[in-house]
Design a protein around this ligand. Structure first.
Ligand code: WT7
Length: 646
């Protein structure tokens, strides 16, 4: 984050206490919850676990052998049972579980009873194909109810799912399938995005040429005649044909608390994405508790989390958290600006959304599009707003509150990560005084701290978590060493988040963005190394260095500095070709905004690329300390060249 905004942020002294009527009806009204949870964290989490169904009760709440945690040890449960069957005996049986709108405008509702039936049938279909407990299943799907159905079916039979965001390329899909050695792929003939078909099946076909572990591919028909995919005999089968022959009931597997629920790939500081492992019992309890308390869910609420299920936010707060709470969750397939820039507000008004959860990058885009779009719609059904994914700047916070929330809705700015599984820092909307731009305080039972370089508590430095929490990652798939070095080595026995943070005199946390080589671009998490590897993969490229440059809407723009091989000519065509190459290797979310060709990159005498200097150049700042450079003329020449290119 730019220094100027940081300074302004820390002077932010506006307070917004919960409105009285909100406080009176809130799920959590008593500030004593913090003390009570701190006194006995295990009892606190246990009280949520007790509200859920277990085939066999746990023997111990926590077993902690740093950095390995086990929660609800010895317990047996099933996520699909808790999301579905548990609601079937009472008044929720015919309540809407999923309310879906397709981008072209179709509407679908699935009640809890209907969703249960679909999940059972698909689970039986997976079994027919030989999927067993422990087998991984990759899901590469658009935002349709069948994605949630497939996840819940996997959870029902104990086959970990690995959802790959539909915006990833064939090569990215292939790498992730191979890392997880999935047996089955579930995909669709396509999905709708801004009126065009996203060719999921075509990408899948390309990926499967190099994915030997996949035995079967199940294809959901979303598009129909406009897509007409080629079905490979013996490998590909249609979803509707598979489920048509399945019975309506499938026994839920009584899974051990620590059995793997899913893998989710995310970018770290190296070129290779890591498969984050989440297990069953603790993740379930963490999602259940945070959804209820942070989003203040009431029986009649319609909850809309706008995230794609391809990311962790969609896993925890489109699917698992809301369904565990018996809520109605809204799913929308497409883009926020299609067919017009008020699509989201049309949806809020049409269905009467009560709780709305989105990302700062979206809010900044709405601001730029202008308030006339939301103003066209009556948004008075909204009573609570949420934000996630990156720091929200106070201006965007205030705009969100006024223009979308009509000045009456609290905002929950929720901090968490793919690795944390669920929200760890957030206001509780009925009791927390809000400050625009602060995620406020750790959720009850969470021991977050800010530490200096040596690991001592400080007012400014790094955000860490001092003790385990139920939904924490249990490892990186196939790489136990990396799990230890990545998260637990910097400060031994303490979880290192990779985020910078300040704490003010009231104990409020102010997140300052990543301190490592991880970038946030329009809410998507990317590693600079991953993009560099994609560039170097091109035959003309010798070396590259990628940095994030502050961007008004996207948070970061991707800037790549590239040196070319031998006598390759730097042409505008080559620049386009390199951008296209990154899209092919990763997906369009990673397309560089700017590429600068250079004869050399600034390096230290030991050969390390000095990214800090590259950032200064891209931000047009005066160059900082260059004394450790091997050759100071390189950086001066580069700065001039960059300024010319702009
Ligand atoms: C990174 C994790 C967790 C869901 C979406 C992102 C940043 C997330 C906030 C927030 C400031 C935030 C952090 C974090 N982040 N929420 N409320 N305020 N920063 O998951 O892709 O794993 O990214 O997102 O930098 O480390 P993710």
């Amino acid at each position: 984050m730019a220094e100027k905004t940081l300074e302004a942020l820390l002077k932010e002294d506006r307070h917004f206490p919960p409105p009285q009527d909100f406080r009176e009806r809130a799920v959590v009204r008593d500030p004593k919850v913090y003390e009570q949870a701190a006194q006995d964290r295990l009892k606190f989490w246990e009280s949520f676990a007790q509200q859920l169904h277990w085939f066999k009760k746990w023997e111990r709440v926590l077993e902690w052998n740093p950095p390995l945690a086990q929660w609800f040890v010895g317990g047996r449960t099933n996520l699909s049972f808790n999301c579905l069957d548990r609601h079937l005996t009472g008044s929720r049986r015919n309540k809407t579980a999923i309310l879906w709108e397709g981008e072209p405008g179709e509407e679908r509702t699935l009640t809890y009873a209907q969703l249960h039936r679909e999940v059972c049938r698909f689970a039986n279909g997976l079994k027919e194909l030989g999927v067993c407990r422990g087998d991984r299943v990759t899901l590469y799907m658009p935002m349709v109810p069948e994605l949630a159905i497939a996840m819940l079916a996997c959870a029902r039979i104990g086959a970990p799912h690995s959802v790959i965001f539909g915006g990833f390329s064939a090569e990215a899909l292939r790498d992730r399938i191979n890392d997880s050695k999935s047996k089955v792929l579930v995909t669709a003939d396509g999905g709708w995005r801004r009126g065009a078909v996203v060719p999921l099946k075509r990408n899948a076909d390309e990926a499967l040429e190099g994915s030997p572990s996949i035995e079967k591919a199940i294809v959901f028909q979303r598009i129909g005649t406009d897509a007409s995919p080629i079905m490979k005999p013996g490998r590909d089968l249609w979803w509707h044909e598979l489920v048509a022959r399945q019975p309506d009931w499938c026994d839920p597997e009584p899974l051990d608390s620590e059995e793997m629920l899913y893998l989710l790939y995310t970018s770290g500081t190296t070129g290779k994405p890591k498969g984050i492992i989440h297990t069953t019992g603790g993740y379930m309890v963490g999602c259940f508790a945070t959804t209820q308390w942070v989003f203040d869910l009431k029986e009649e609420d319609l909850f809309w989390c706008t995230a794609d299920i391809g990311w962790v936010t969609g896993h925890s707060y489109v699917v698992y958290g809301p369904l565990l709470n018996g809520a109605t969750t809204l799913m929308y397939e497409g883009a926020p600006d299609f067919p017009a820039k008020d699509r989201f507000w049309t949806i809020v008004k049409k269905y009467g959304v009560n709780v709305f959860y989105t990302a700062p990058t979206a809010i900044r885009a709405f601001m730029k599009w202008g308030e006339e779009w939301p103003k066209k719609h009556n948004l008075s059904s909204l009573r609570l707003l949420g934000s996630v994914g990156e720091p929200i700047n106070p201006e965007a916070w205030i705009w969100y509150r006024q223009t979308i929330g009509g000045g009456r809705c609290p905002i929950v700015d929720t901090w968490w990560q793919t690795e944390t599984g669920h929200i760890l820092i957030s206001p509780l909307p009925g009791i927390t005084d809000l400050k625009p731009g602060s995620a406020t305080r750790p959720f009850p039972g969470i021991e977050a701290d800010v530490v200096d370089d040596k690991g001592n508590s400080a007012d400014a430095g790094y955000l860490v978590i001092r003790s385990p929490w139920p939904g924490m990652l249990r490892g990186i798939y196939g790489d136990p060493e990396r799990y230890k070095t990545q998260y637990w080595a910097r400060f031994p026995g303490v979880y290192f988040t990779g985020d910078g943070c300040k704490r003010d005199a009231d104990g409020y946390f102010w997140l300052l963005g990543r301190v490592d080589d991880v970038l946030k671009v329009s809410g998507h998490r990317l590693s600079t190394m991953e993009i560099e590897s994609a560039l170097v993969d091109h035959q003309s490229v010798a070396e590259s260095a990628v940095i994030g440059k502050p961007h008004e809407i996207k948070e970061n723009a991707i800037v790549a500095f590239v040196t070319l091989k031998g006598n390759v000519k730097a042409t505008p065509e080559l620049m386009d070709e390199l951008k296209a190459h990154v899209v092919k290797k990763i997906g369009s979310i990673a397309r560089p905004d700017e590429i600068l060709f250079t004869a050399e990159l600034p390096k230290t005498r030991s050969g390390k690329i000095m990214r800090r200097l590259l950032r200064d150049i891209a931000e047009g700042k005066a160059l900082g300390d260059t004394t450790t450079l091997a050759d100071t003329s390189v950086v001066q020449a580069l700065k001039e060249k960059y300024e010319e290119s702009e």
